[in-house]
Design a protein around this ligand. Structure first.
Ligand code: ADP
Ligand code: CA
Length: 413
């Protein structure tokens, strides 16, 4: 049986889906997480604790582990561990993306520079220090702009500003987010900077792809039917197949392929986000991982394989029967966070599940836990899944199901 090391942060939503995929494929999965797991002593061949930020120690730990339990591939489920996965693979002599390429996907400024240099359309970007004086920078900008941290994800700290006043407010707000202990833990140096980009108007899509030896196969293009115009950019609806014209979809694929090439990514899953307007597609982001949260549950390929199965097969160089997404239209709503506070109760789940086309409603935040909206929030409230004949029906079902849900949230303190 092949053995795969799965790097999975404790904050990940993807454990269940990867474990199910490994079971189906008869793969020995070793789960490496950044917090000690209770059963680690009982299953020393199955569990590891790694400090994802201490790369050297992690590599040494895995090398020692692999002497006893040889590894055939290393896969990172989430953003936090993609670079470490490449570094560990390199140390073990396993195939991997170039380390600098993966690193670039984790630094929004570096990514912009690489794309701009390769003439891939992407926002203009300038990097500032948190110690810069926003009052004076604000006067030099051509508005609207988007301010953001360079190393976070899920739209955390991403804020649009339309004028100098909004710029200053956004700058100060991001500074506070960057001072948060958990955020600092994800990179002290990165937390000293704020990226300012030109705002790209237009519609937005996400492209899920698989790179095989540098060639990108598009697994799905998701439309994001709710406008994302700011000031914050909460992700809500993802619906596939895209309703954009065939020619636009082609342009999206070509631009994404060019972007991967420019970054130097060659293998494994990618999640790209693009905005499209009269000038064509602009690359907002390319991540060297599969789609976030549990959104991959919208996707099934060939005779029913999951994205996680595909990722594991690719990592192990097992032939993949089909990259073709199954025919039904499909979608997910990342449930918007209505307000800040403590979640007391969620009502209407049964009614939401009863809407035609709804496949599931999953609430991620437990009762009595805090809910934090953007731009500070970093956790999903939950997900609604739907399938249908056409994308319009899927979108409608998701909206109707969402209307049935009632969130009781009390103000904190
Ligand atoms: P994250 O990694 O946190 O998802 P992104 O850079 O992808 O950060 O930004 C999140 C969202 O904010 C994007 O999906 C998009 O909707 C919006 N956004 C970010 N940058 C821009 C930009 N330069 N122009 C227009 N919209 C943007
Ligand atoms: Ca993004």
């Amino acid at each position: 049986m092949p053995r795969v090391l799965l790097l999975i942060p404790t904050t990940s939503y993807k454990a269940t889906d990867f474990i199910a995929a490994a079971e189906k494929l008869n793969i020995d999965l070793v789960v490496a997480s950044d917090q000690r797991q209770t059963l680690e002593d009982v299953f020393p061949d199955r569990m590891l604790t790694l400090d994802f930020l201490d790369r050297k120690a992690s590599v040494n730990r895995v090398i020692a582990f692999a002497k006893a339990y040889p590894l055939d591939a290393v896969v990172a489920t989430d953003e936090e561990a993609v670079t470490l996965a490449a570094i560990i693979s390199s140390a073990l002599g396993l195939s991997h993306n170039p380390i600098e390429s993966v690193q670039a996907t984790q630094n929004k400024y570096q990514l912009r520079q690489m794309l701009t240099q390769a003439q891939v359309p992407t926002p203009k970007a300038d990097l500032f220090s948190i110690t810069d004086v926003p009052e004076s920078i604000a006067l030099r900008m051509t508005y609207p702009v988007v301010l953001k941290p360079i190393h976070l994800s899920a739209s955390c700290g991403v804020i649009r500003a339309n004028n100098p006043n909004e710029f200053q407010a956004a700058f100060d707000r991001i500074k506070k987010i960057l001072a948060d202990r958990e955020v600092l833990h994800r990179g002290k140096e990165a937390a000293q900077t704020i990226l300012v980009e030109s705002f790209i108007p237009g519609v937005e899509v996400a492209l899920e792809g698989l790179l095989q030896n540098g060639t990108l196969s598009t697994l799905a293009i998701f439309d994001k039917p709710d406008p994302l115009d700011g000031p914050f950019f909460e992700e809500t609806l993802y619906v596939t197949p895209s309703r954009l014209p065939e020619t636009t979809q082609k342009a999206i694929q070509q631009t994404t392929q060019k972007a991967c090439h420019a970054i130097g990514l060659r293998d494994g899953p990618i999640h790209a986000e693009l905005r499209i307007n009269e000038h064509g597609p602009f690359v907002i982001e390319v991540a060297a991982r599969s789609i976030g949260g549990i959104c991959s549950r919208t996707l099934r390929f060939g005779l029913g394989i999951s994205l996680e199965e595909m990722v594991l097969q690719h990592a192990l160089k097992i032939p993949i029967a089909s990259l073709q997404r199954q025919n039904m239209a499909s979608g997910v709503m990342m449930i918007p966070i209505p307000k800040a506070g403590v979640l007391v109760d969620v009502q209407g789940i049964g009614a939401a599940k009863g809407i035609a086309g709804i496949e599931g409603v999953v609430i991620m935040i437990r009762r009595k836990q805090k809910v934090v909206p953007l731009p500070e929030g970093r956790r999903y409230l939950g997900f609604i899944f739907a399938k249908g004949e056409r994308p319009e029906e899927v979108e409608q079902a998701l909206r109707l199901a969402h209307e049935k849900l009632r969130f009781e949230i009390t103000s904190s303190n």
